[in-house]
Design a protein around this ligand. Sequence first.
Ligand SMILES: [Zn+2]
Ligand SMILES: [Zn+2]
Length: 469
Amino acid sequence: MNPDSDEGDDWTKYADTGYTSTYDPWADMVPITENEEEDEFDDDFDDLGDSNLRGRDIPRCPAPAGIEHTIQIGTCNHCLGRVAGVRIAGDPLDVVGERIRAQALERDPDLKVNADADCCPFCEDLFLDLDLIVNRISAEVEGVEFTKAQLGIHFSKDHVAAEEVLRSTIAATGSRPLKATLSEAVQSAFSEKSPGVTWVKEKPELMLLFDTLTLGVNADIRALFLYGRYRKLARGIPQTRWPCRACRGRDGGCESCNGTGQQYPHSIQSLVCEPMVDATNAASDAFHGMGREDIDVHCLGDGRPFVAELKSPLLRTIDLDKLTKKINKAAKGQIEIHGLRASNRAEVARIKETKAEKSYTIRFNCENTLSDEDITTRIQSLSGQVLEQQTPQRVAHRRADKIRKRKVVSIENILVEDNEVQFDVRCESGTYVKELVHSDEGRTNPSVSGVLEADCEVIWLDVKDIHAD
Ligand SMILES: [Zn+2]
Ligand SMILES: [Zn+2]
């Protein structure tokens, strides 16, 4: 081992090359009587002009010589408290560090910080910027309502690596890493200023990211989710916003959409979410339904479950009853919602995956010579049958062409009035109900059209209920 080796300049190599024993778990057990030897060697090392990086044979903290060395290289009080290996329960790290420094000065009044130490070699003076960091966070979250926050801190890789080498060389074993310690310091300093904020490790309402290079703070306000059920009382309303076919909603709309950018003036999404966006001051919204009905289909009964997602909301505490009333009043005759409650992203997945059976009422035109009784019997014969449904022509442009099997659970309330027939049908999730009636030119089998041996034309279709929970 040659202390004059050039490798002495690059401490990151030490850990890899085994140039010397940089990590000694027993270092802090070294008897203090060895100090004399250490000091001699230090002098040699100083000759290299690399006083910041010396310490190869200096005992690690908490040996007094190790602490003195740590002070000499410009370590700040926070980091001194963190790496010196002297714990005093309950005291903040900077207070611990201050005390350790005072004790070291008592032992050696001539102890000085090296002239060439321009910042704390561990944290690069980040702990001295605590107030600035907290102020930047405060400015970034001004006007945002939140109680649960998570803090992420980004360091440059070089800084992390250099700090780890330094710590594994001169710090007491078991000293806490810089990142976790800085994170705690920022959190407690912020909490002191803004009580009522809980710092969490998952599911925050606010995600803060602090960059140690730029000292910049980025706040990501997590979405607010609200669960409810909607009933659709008017036809001609799509479930989600539907951009105008002509202009695709770009450039503020066109003539054919009256400058709205939308194919339809309203959607369930717009009727439900716009008042929510107003109430929460959100940036935008997304609408997640448990399936969807066609534009011209009512959705009645207890309604269809949905989760509204409000992105980047400034407010989270909202009066759900008041909001429900506001939505229902504004959308009177079109939709109504009920059962509004807090939800989360996991529930979005749940309602998207739920395969709920659904009941429909359907009315259609059919010209044939069968008696009312015969019509009823033939339609009833479909109850309990499994349909083979080839992807309908009306959706073939957006769905793969395949045959799916769906069960007709039950058929009831069959009504025959001249050429018009109506019945209630309960079937598996994903059944193409209009096709069950008109057969889609034979693509659905069996079908009402098939058993009646006549063309059937759907007049209207309602979702009578969704058997969700
Ligand atoms: Zn420091
Ligand atoms: Zn348009």
